[in-house]
Design a protein around this ligand. Structure first.
Ligand SMILES: C[S@@+](CC[C@H](N)C(=O)[O-])C[C@H]1O[C@@H](n2cnc3c(N)ncnc32)[C@H](O)[C@@H]1O
Length: 314
């Protein structure tokens, strides 16, 4: 079995948008990013070593992003989609730099090693670390919770800003054991984090079969037993009520979710949204207000916004 590797050279300004698009919309099996700035930063960290940047093999002009797909994917269609996404991002005023796209097929075994080379422990906070299943990690605090992941399986390696904004808000919101719903669970990372941070129960759902089986695998890996996983579309297939609802999904999909929030939230229930480009926040905010909600906390990193929401006056 081989994999299709699509290598995109462009400016780092479109990294977040492009990564999200490749994983979320085009269902890339994985992504690897090399940026010129990382080499420069590394050079500053080790300023006793004199390395000429130009001596580094294949140093990217700015950013080199490689996305991996199954070999039977339609290569030409993927490239057309990527080009059109870059074109759209440019029309938002982003500088995509000098763009070039190349492709090659690689053996799956190579992919496994490549994958493992690029995923390491994310020592996220006082309370959470995300640990690829093949890494050994000894937390500095004994009670730091470890989320073990096989990141190769679905969106949600813990490295993406949108995931991290939910984790931050989750630590803030989980002040007692709660019934939690994780909509669009992907790898299951947020559901596992909620469980390890003390949730009473977690319902994790996703519309994709691959995500549902990835989440089940990762939950097994973590040995937690209070998470249920189902295939479902947003809140359409449950009439349960929750103390906390999490959703890291594209803004267009969050807009569809807002009308169903009230009937699925307990008294004093809260919601965490992420995956919102800052340009889309006004749309989300006005729909939330229309349905009786307000934003209690807003976080921003680069273009991404994460928000903690509650009923007005709560
Ligand atoms: C950006 S990923 C988030 C993964 C993970 N929760 C995280 O935060 O890293 C969004 C997930 O939402 C799922 N999704 C998209 N539309 C959905 C819908 N209508 N109902 C449920 N899940 C959906 C996708 O399959 C994908 O796994």
């Amino acid at each position: 079995m081989k994999l299709l590797a699509i290598k995109i050279n462009s400016s780092h300004e479109i990294e977040d948008g492009l990564t999200y698009f490749l994983q979320e919309e085009l269902q890339a099996k994985g992504i690897e990013v090399r940026k010129r700035s990382d080499f420069i930063d590394q050079g500053k960290l080790h300023d006793s070593t004199l390395v000429e940047l130009d001596d580094i093999e294949d140093l990217p002009e700015d950013m080199e992003l490689t996305a991996y797909f199954d070999e039977d994917c339609d290569k030409d269609k993927l490239i057309r989609n990527i080009e059109s996404k870059i074109y759209t991002m440019k029309s938002y005023g982003l500088d995509a730099g000098r763009v070039s796209i190349s492709t090659k097929y690689i053996a799956d075994e190579d992919w496994n090693t490549v994958w493992q080379q690029y995923y390491h422990v994310i020592d996220f906070s006082r309370h959470l670390a995300i640990v690829p299943e093949w890494e050994n990690y000894h937390p500095a605090f004994e009670d730091q919770k470890l989320i073990f992941l096989d990141p190769g399986l679905a969106f949600g390696t813990g490295g993406h800003t949108t995931t991290q904004l939910v984790l931050l808000a989750l630590e803030r919101a989980m002040i007692k054991p709660m019934d939690v719903m994780d909509i669009g669970t992907g790898s299951g990372i947020l559901a596992i984090a909620a469980s390890k941070l003390g949730a009473k129960s977690v319902l994790a759902t996703d519309i994709s079969d691959e995500a549902v089986s990835a989440a089940k695998e990762n939950i097994k890996l973590n040995g937690v037993n209070n998470i249920e996983v189902h295939k479902a579309n947003l809140l359409k297939d449950t009439d349960q009520k929750f103390d906390l609802i999490l959703a890291n999904i594209l803004a267009e999909i969050l807009l569809d979710l807002i009308p169903d929030l009230d009937s699925h939230l307990n008294q004093a229930g809260q919601v965490i949204f992420s995956g919102i480009d800052y340009l889309q926040l006004p749309k989300i905010q006005s729909k939330l207000e229309e349905y009786g909600f307000e934003i209690k906390m807003k976080m921003r990193e680069n273009r991404w916004i994460g928000i903690l929401i509650a009923r007005k006056g709560n």
